[in-house]
Design a protein around this ligand. Structure first.
Ligand SMILES: *Cc1c(COP(=O)(O)O)cnc(C)c1O
Length: 421
C-alpha cells in the first residue's frame, strides 16, 4: 500500500497534487511519501515485536538525508555499504551505535572512519577483510564488533544480478568454512565476534529461500556456541520483494517474514537485525515525467518522455517492470492505447516499457512511474549531460525539495581543464 492515489481525477502524493509539485520544481523529479516510508518501517518493526531487534534500513535503496532522518525518527538504524553512506547517515543524525557496515570490499580507510565515528558492527565478508579490521582496531586502540557474513548457498530465485546467496556469488564466506573462520576471528584481539550475518539477495518473492537460509543460520549458531563463541546477534539481511505490478500475485508480507524469523530463530535468544531497503523505499517513491513528443512509428507509437535511463536505470539494467500511470486519471471507459515509452538518450536500452497500455496521451501530459523509490535516484547518473533530477519529500499537505536540480553551470564547472590546454 502506498499514498499515491487518485483524487478527483488527479494523482496525489498524500495530500499534494502531483501537478502542483511539477509546476513548482519542473519535470522529471522523484517524489517520496513520508507516510509510506514510515508505514513500511513500522510493518517490519511490528513484525519482530517480542524479539530484541533493530530494523536497519539498507540506505543504498534511497539515501537522501531527509529520507534517512524520516526513518531514524521512527526508530530505524541504518545499514551502510560505503564510507560515503556512513558519513551521510551520520550527517542525517543517525548515531554510530545504530549503523551497521556491510559490503564486500571495505577499505582500511573506511574501517578507520567507522571505528572513529562509532559503529554498531561490521559485517565481515572475507578473511583478509577481517585481518584489516583487526589491524585498524588495534592501531586505534579499540575493539571492533563484528559478525561474519556467511553464504548459505541457497537459490534466492530472483534476478541473477541481485542474487547474492549462492556459492558462485562474491558475497560472504562459504557456510561450510564458518567454523574455521570464527576460530581465526576469535583469536584476533582487535575483534569482538558477536554474531552471524546473512543476506541472500534482493526482490525475493517467496519465503522459502529465507527459510532455508535461516535454518542454516540456526544450526550454525548452535554449532558455533558449542565451539565456545558467544553468538548473540543475528543479522538476517534484507531482500523481501515488493509488488511492482498491481495485478500479479503479492510477495510475502513483513508480518509473515517476521513470523518465519521467530519460527526459525526465535528459540536462540539472539538479538535480531534485519536490513530491508527496497520494501521500505520502493513503493514510497514515484518518478514523474512529462511527455515531450508522441511519435508514430512503423506499427507502433512512441511516447518520448523527459525522464531517461540515466534517471531510472532499472528497466535497462534488470529488465524491471514499473507500472506507469497518467497523472490525470483517465475517465471511466477511456479506450487504452499501446505505446512504447522511451527516454531521449541515444541508446535503444533507454526504453521503459514496450507496448504498454495507456490512455491516449499528448505532449505536455504528465506520467508517473510507480515503485521507483528504491534503486531509482541513487542509481541515477548524468549520462548525456542530463542533470540529476530533483527529489521531493511529501508529508501530508506539505512538500519540500530535498535535493535540487543542479544548474548546467554547476555541472559543467565541475570539470577542470589542464594547464597545457
Ligand atoms: C542490498 C542489501 C540489502 C537490502 O536489500 P533490499 O532488497 O533492498 O531489501 C540489505 N543488506 C545487504 C548486505 C545488501 O547488500
Amino acid at each position: 500500500m502506498d499514498h499515491f492515489l487518485y483524487r478527483d481525477g488527479a494523482l496525489y502524493a498524500e495530500d499534494v497534487p502531483i501537478s502542483e509539485i511539477a509546476a513548482a520544481v519542473g519535470t522529471p523529479f522523484y517524489a517520496y511519501s513520508t507516510a509510506t516510508l514510515q508505514r513500511h518501517f513500522k510493518l517490519f518493526d511490528d513484525a519482530l515485536e517480542g524479539m530484541d531487534h533493530l530494523v536497519c534500513y539498507a540506505m543504498k535503496a534511497a539515501s537522501n538525508q531527509a529520507i534517512l532522518r524520516t526513518l531514524a525518527q521512527v526508530g530505524a538504524g541504518m545499514d551502510v555499504v560505503s564510507e560515503g553512506e556512513y558519513l551521510r547517515a551520520k550527517a542525517a543524525g543517525v548515531p554510530g551505535e545504530k549503523i551497521v557496515f556491510s559490503g564486500v570490499g571495505k577499505t582500511a580507510r573506511e574501517i578507520r572512519t567507522a571505528l572513529t565515528g562509532g559503529i554498531r558492527q561490521f559485517n565481515v565478508e572475507s578473511e583478509p577483510e577481517m585481518e584489516v579490521i583487526n589491524a585498524v582496531a588495534l592501531e586505534l586502540g579499540v575493539v571492533a564488533p563484528i559478525t561474519v557474513r556467511v553464504n548459505p548457498d541457497v537459490d534466492a530465485k530472483t534476478h541473477a544480478k541481485i542474487a547474492t546467496g549462492k556459492s558462485e556469488n562474491k558475497f560472504g564466506i562459504p557456510i561450510a568454512r564458518a567454523s574455521e573462520v570464527y576460530t581465526r576471528a576469535a583469536a584476533l584481539p582487535g575483534l569482538d565476534v558477536i554474531g552471524i550475518d546473512v543476506h541472500i539477495g534482493s526482490q525475493l518473492t517467496e519465503l522459502e529461500p529465507f527459510e532455508l537460509a535461516y535454518q542454516k543460520v540456526a544450526e550454525l549458531t548452535e554449532q558455533l556456541r558449542n565451539e565456545g563463541h558467544n553468538i548473540r546477534r543475528l543479522d538476517l539481511g534484507g531482500g523481501l520483494g515488493i509488488p511492482y505490478t498491481r495485478s500479479n500475485e503479492a510477495p510475502p508480507l513483513p508480518v509473515e517474514y517476521g513470523a518465519l524469523i521467530k519460527k526459525t530463530l526465535g528459540h536462540l535468544g539472539c538479538e535480531i537485525e534485519i536490513e530491508p531497503g527496497r520494501l521500505i523505499a520502493g513503493n514510497a517513491g514515484i518518478l514523474v515525467s512529462d511527455v515531450i513528443y508522441v511519435k508514430s512509428g512503423e506499427g507502433r507509437d512512441f511516447l518520448i518522455v523527459d525522464a531517461a535511463m540515466n534517471d531510472l536505470i532499472r528497466p535497462a539494467m534488470y529488465e524491471a517492470h514499473h507500472d506507469i500511470v497518467a497523472v490525470n486519471e483517465p475517465a471511466p471507459g477511456t479506450e487504452m492505447q499501446a505505446y512504447d515509452i522511451v527516454g531521449p538518450v541515444c541508446e535503444s536500452g533507454d526504453t521503459f516499457a514496450k507496448q504498454r497500455n495507456m490512455p491516449p496521451l499528448a505532449s505536455g501530459d504528465l506520467i508517473a512511474f510507480r515503485s521507483a523509490g528504491a534503486y531509482g535516484a541513487v542509481m541515477s547518473s548524468e549520462y548525456n549531460t542530463r542533470p540529476l533530477i530533483p527529489e521531493v519529500l511529501v508529508n501530508g499537505d506539505q512538500f519540500a525539495v530535498i535535493r535540487p536540480r543542479p544548474t548546467f553551470d554547476e555541472m559543467i564547472n565541475r570539470d577542470t581543464i589542464p594547464e597545457w590546454l
